[in-house]
Design a protein around this ligand. Structure first.
Ligand SMILES: [Zn+2]
Length: 160
């Protein structure tokens, strides 16, 4: 289950393709489940659904590997041809809708969609657990401001 042909969906009776996917993404060490509806809409192709699963992440603090679970909705829009092409007539796109160019391709790479979507959902700070976090911040709280030049550090807020 890697690629989906848009023209085949357009020619089908349903005009939309429902996919239930379970895919292991090697590069991410992630086990991904997805339930997607792929619907061609003229110049665009809508991909909506839910992605869940788990991934092995490396803790930023102790560098140990840990399991991280994710579960999120996606609502993506693909443009069959570049939306930046000046010759194309302008099409209104929902506010903040991220449009992925297919550059004339008839295929959507589902594996790549899952890969990119999961990466976007990962936390900026990767922490294996509450205990690891607490140890880290206790150490940090004991930090004393030694002189004026260090005053700036008092104003730094650490995201917990
Ligand atoms: Zn840790």
């Amino acid at each position: 289950m890697d690629k989906v042909k848009i023209s085949e969906i357009e020619n089908s009776n349903e005009k939309t393709l429902h996919l239930d996917i379970n895919e292991y993404i090697d590069e991410l060490k992630a086990d991904v489940n997805a339930s997607l509806d792929i619907t061609p809409l003229g110049e665009f192709v809508s991909v909506k659904g839910e992605i869940s699963g788990n991934i092995k992440l490396t803790c930023d603090l102790c560098l140990k590997e840990y399991d991280y679970e994710f579960d999120f909705d996606i609502d993506e829009m693909y443009a069959k041809n570049s939306v930046y092409d000046e010759d194309k007539q302008e099409v209104e796109i929902k506010d903040g809708q991220f449009v992925i160019d297919l550059y004339g391709s008839d295929e959507i790479d589902i594996y790549d969609l899952l890969y990119q979507s999961v990466i976007l959902e990962l936390p900026n700070k990767k922490v294996c657990g509450i205990n690891c976090k607490e140890d880290y911040f206790q150490k940090d709280d004991s930090f004393k401001v030694p002189d004026e030049r260090m005053e700036i550090f008092k104003t730094i807020k650490i995201e917990k």
